[in-house]
Every structure is written in structure tokens, then in C-alpha cells.
Design a protein around this ligand. Sequence first.
Ligand code: SF4
Ligand code: SF4
Length: 169
Amino acid sequence: MSIYYIHQSQKRCIGCRACEIHCKTENDVPVGPRFCAIVPVGPKVVENVPRMNFIFMPCFHCENPWCVSACPTGAMQKRAKDGIVFVEPSLCVGCKSCITACPWGVPQWNRDTGRVFKCDYCRHRVDEGLEPACVTGCTTKALKWITPDMASLDKREKFAREIAENLPY
Ligand code: SF4
Ligand code: SF4
């Protein structure tokens, strides 16, 4: 995994897809493909009320990325300095092996160029000290640009607060 992580708060997300739109605009992605996607799941009934969940699916920038291993030309690469996985367009021959290899179908097909392109956490922004466009564009601040360590600590603190709130004393 990269040294970065996008954490989504399920409670905050309203499924407005502003993250997808900001991503497409920032990365000049044509109609059709999406670097990140909101996947609606549900409804499920919680306390007699139907509830939807909206799951944010970017690239996970895996530790040992299947897409990188599958790419025969070295076009799909993992940045040594921070683990961001990206495509070098000049090396992509459009064989689509990475699309097949990625368990989540993250690499996207660009009909206009005949090559694959994908979420690279807006590395051009990251290199300038900015957050990815999906994070800054999120309507409800449901997305957070953090490190995996911070995500783990956040979860522990949230769990601890829930325990404390339910203590009988
Ligand atoms: S494209 Fe898929 S396999 Fe490659 S880094 Fe992203 S999530 Fe992992
Ligand atoms: S912009 Fe934020 S609130 Fe809207 S769908 Fe994306 S993650 Fe959810």
C-alpha cells in the first residue's frame, strides 16, 4: 500500500458523487471511465428504516499490485518514494492485462487513446503538497487524506468513544 490512504466515513457520505466529478474534471477523464467510483449498496432496513450505503472505490495502491505484475511492458508502475501506482502512457500498448489482473477493475480503458489510465491519487497535486481532487471536492467531508497509521488510530479512538458512551457509570 502507498504511504497515503483515503478514508471514507460511511456516516457522512450522502452518495452525491461530487468526488467522481471532481476527479474526472481534474484528470480530464472523458465520458464513461471513472478513476474512482461510488458504489451504492442497499437498501437494508436498520431500526425499521431503509438505509443505503455508498462505498467509495478508488485505486487501493496495493503493496504488491496485481496490475503492475501483469503489465508486460512496464507501463504500470509503483512509485518508489511513496507507493503510488500509476501508468506511464508512452509504454502502454493497450493489452488490458492490468484490467483483468486487478481484483476491483480499477484500471480504466481510454477509448480515445487506446490505452489504460487510472487513479494515481492525483500525484501532480500530491507532489505540490495538495490533496487528491476527490478529497477536496467531497461535499460532506466524508473523505480524508491520511496515512494508514492515522486511519488505524482514528478507528481505535472511535471504538473507544463508543465503549465509553455505553458504560453504565
Ligand atoms: S489497480 Fe488494482 S491491483 Fe493495481 S494497485 Fe490499484 S487496486 Fe491494486
Ligand atoms: S463527494 Fe463525498 S459525500 Fe459525495 S459521494 Fe463522494 S464521498 Fe460521498
